[in-house]
Write a protein that binds this ligand. Structure first.
Ligand code: ATP
Length: 699
């Protein structure tokens, strides 16, 4: 249709076919026409005008939503026929896949990769991935010409939900009634054929053209034979890979829709005429499509359903067994009557062995139970029902479980549950808070050091005030706050983040191996207390993701989280060590001694002051005596040069010498005290250095 829009084409030629495919009829849609006439535009379209493929996918999921009485399983594959060889576009390393034929399935190709899909966006991502692998090149007419035939196939399996009744194995099989558990399997093929051009200058293109022409020529012949009035004789399906693959669709058992595209250009009138002739022939092909009921175990849906019910039955058995295992053993009863001590010890030994065996059995069963649950969840997620699709849609709209989507360098799309990210952010905040508290503590230590240095220099320091400054909160409260911080981190662990004591122990062991300080002895107890192992944590994480989750990515997130926990523990340890050091007798003794020294210095200062005033007094006495002597000398009295009596002079000399001796003694004493303060200070510095080295080694 020239200039027609994709919505119109889909509505008139494809919508009903998709509906039939959902009801169990095979369906094939292909776009046929010369190069650059709009085949790819019709099949894929663009954002403004989505083509047949995205519209069909939307309708498939809409159908599932609107049919609550059936359950579905969707598988997709994407193939390409290039130069008469078949490649799997979802497994690009594949080369020339073989075509199989059997009575039941007819002619088919087994793709290397068939993906089970649960959302429309997942299907579109798969198509995008396959498109990157397609053979596209520039022709004389089209810069992005498809050089291959592409076949996007959706296998739709469905079954009546009432026939499963939630638990198919509980139903009694009705002898001979095969169809009671019948599954409908249909295929929807969406095919974008390559265009052909008559002439090209490029050798490679000429070879491609020959193959493309061969396939399309055979397609034309097959269609012609199918419409011959006398009834088809030999139909050359085998003459090309394309007709071979389409054999099941073209032989009348499927619904087929052919979209013929023509170029509006006058220059292409001949090709357009050929296309229209092809379209006219195709219109005459009569098909008698019928639904495909599958009764054997080839149907995946049936297989999954059966597997789920078997697993559920196993789970029930495991649960009841574990219940029995955990019930107390009857061995203890009646064994205590009149038995000897040895017998009693033997019974106790037996009980202990029995208890251990039960414990092991219980843990094995719980592992098996988790594995079963996981498999059931996985299979149930793959089976689509109207309810599961709506739940998915609601979940993706919900702001609480919205996922963070990231695309890696190779284009892989990862979806991270927002909750996991939030937990990590919380932990970051906690670690930051602890770090700032550590810094505050460090500042307090600096204040104390400065005060001690001042005291050592002989300056007066108000220790009460300094200590008051550094102890704004009582020590007990400080410790309690630390513990509260750590406990709130633990509670984050407990609310679903998976922790694994063994992994943690391995990380700690690695740290020790790398020469880092081992955790304190009682730390092992704290570790297990800090990191409780929650049964079913993994399940919980799995349940956070209703989209495919990269296990490796999850593992590295868990690892990062555990490393953060270790950092937090180390910080707690450092804080405790610091506080313990400040609480220690060693630290207190140093402070007391410094105080005593300071008091001694103050006393010495006072004494020195006393001496100074004595000397001053003596000097003034001497001065007075000298003046008096001068006065009496002028009055004619005899005596020595100073005019003072000899005893007085001797006494003054003695006093002066005693003062000198005392001064020397005080100075010596003072320097001795100073020496002691310096050595104490050195000792304190050494202790601090040792503490810092231990802290560093702790990282
Ligand atoms: N109905 C249409 N409306 C608007 N643009 C169209 C329409 N059909 C085709 N085009 C444009 O024409 C160009 C060629 O179309 P397209 O690539 O779909 O051709 P093709 O038949 O797939 O070619 P080839 O066989 O070489 O792959 C594209 O740029 C496409 O966007």
């Amino acid at each position: 249709m020239i200039g027609s829009n994709n919505e119109q084409i889909y509505g008139t030629s494809v919508k009903n076919l998709v509906q039939s495919a959902m009801e169990g009829y095979n369906g094939t849609v292909f776009a046929y026409g010369q190069t650059s006439s709009g085949k790819t535009y019709t099949m894929s379209g663009n954002e403004q005008q989505p083509g047949i493929t995205p519209r069909a996918i939307e309708d498939i999921f809409k159908y599932i939503r609107e049919n609550p009485d059936r359950e579905f399983l969707l598988r997709v594959s994407y193939l390409e026929i290039y130069n008469e060889s078949i490649r799997d576009l979802l497994s690009p390393e594949s080369n020339d896949l073989r075509i199989h034929e059997d009575k039941r399935r007819g002619v088919y190709v087994s793709p290397l990769k068939e993906e089970i899909v649960t959302t429309p966006s997942q299907v579109m991502r798969i198509i995008e991935r396959g498109d990157h692998q397609r053979h596209v090149s520039s022709t004389d007419f089209n810069a992005h010409s498809s050089r291959s035939h592409s076949i996007f196939q959706i296998v739709i399996e469905s079954r009546d939900r009432s026939s499963t009744n939630g638990s198919p194995t509980l139903r009694k099989p009705i002898p001979g009634a095969k169809s009671s558990l019948a599954v409908r399997v249909s295929q929807l093929n969406l095919i974008d054929l390559a265009g052909s051009e008559k002439a090209t200058t490029d050798v490679e293109r000429r070879k491609e053209g020959a193959f493309i022409n061969k396939s399309l020529l055979t397609l034309g012949t097959v269609i012609s034979r199918l419409t011959e009035e006398k009834g088809a004789g030999h139909i050359p399906y085998r003459d090309s890979k394309l007709t071979r693959i389409l054999q099941s669709s073209l032989n009348g058992s499927a619904r087929v829709s052919v979209i013929c595209t023509t170029s509006p250009s006058y220059l292409n009138v001949e090709e357009s005429h050929n296309t229209l002739k092809f379209a006219a022939r195709v219109k005459k092909v009569v098909t008698r499509a019928q639904t495909n009921q599958v009764m054997d175990d080839k149907a995946l849906l049936e297989k999954y359903r059966r597997e789920i019910s078997e697993l559920k039955a196993q789970l029930t058995v495991t649960v009841s067994q574990s219940g029995e295992s955990s019930s107390p053993s009857g061995l203890a009863d009646g064994a205590n009557g009149a038995i000897s001590k040895e017998q009693q010890a033997e019974v106790e030994q037996l009980l202990e062995t029995e208890r251990q065996r039960h414990q092991e059995e219980i843990s094995e069963m719980s592992l098996a139970r988790n594995a079963l649950k996981e498999r059931i969840d996985h299979l149930t997620k793959l089976i689509l029902t109207s309810q599961s699709i709506s739940t998915k849609a609601t979940a993706s709209e919900s702001p609480v479980v919205r996922n963070t989507v990231e695309t890696s360098a190779d284009g892989t799309v990862f979806e991270f549950p927002k909750e996991v990210e939030m937990r990590l952010t919380h932990k970051d905040a906690m670690v930051k808070q602890l770090q700032s508290e550590l810094e505050a503590q460090h500042e307090k230590t600096l204040l104390l050091t400065a005060a001690l240095e001042k005291a050592a220099r002989g300056e007066s320091v108000d220790f009460e005030k300094t200590l008051g400054k550094t102890e704004l909160e009582p020590r007990e409260r400080f410790l309690m706050e630390k513990r509260a911080s750590v406990m709130s981190i633990n509670s984050l662990n407990a609310d679903g983040s998976p922790t694994d004591a063994e992994d943690l122990a391995a990380i700690l062991a690695m740290q020790q191996k790398n020469g880092h300080a081992p955790p304190p002895r009682d730390r092992t107890r704290t570790v297990s207390g800090l990191l409780p192992i929650e049964d079913g944590d993994e399940d919980q994480d799995e349940s956070l993701m209703d989209t495919p989750w990269s296990r490796a990515e999850l593992k590295s997130l868990r690892q990062a989280k555990r490393e953060l926990e270790i950092v937090v523990m180390d910080q707690e340890r450092k804080i405790e060590e610091m506080v313990a050091f400040e609480d220690s007798d060693e630290f207190r003794n140093i402070i007391l001694e410094l105080e005593a020294q300071r008091e001694k210095i103050v006393l010495m200062e006072e004494e020195r002051e006393g001496f100074r005033s004595t000397v001053h007094e003596l000097r003034s006495t001497i001065r007075k005596l000298e003046l008096r002597q001068q006065h009496s000398g002028s009055a004619g009295a005899g005596g020595n040069a100073s005019g003072l009596p000899v005893e007085t002079l001797g006494r003054i000399k003695d006093l002066e010498m005693a003062a000198q001796r005392e001064r020397r003694h005080r100075l010596e004493e003072q320097s001795r005290h100073m020496g002691k303060i310096t050595s104490l200070e050195a000792e304190l510095t050494m202790l601090r250095a040792e503490l810092s080295v231990r802290d560093l080694a702790g990282y």
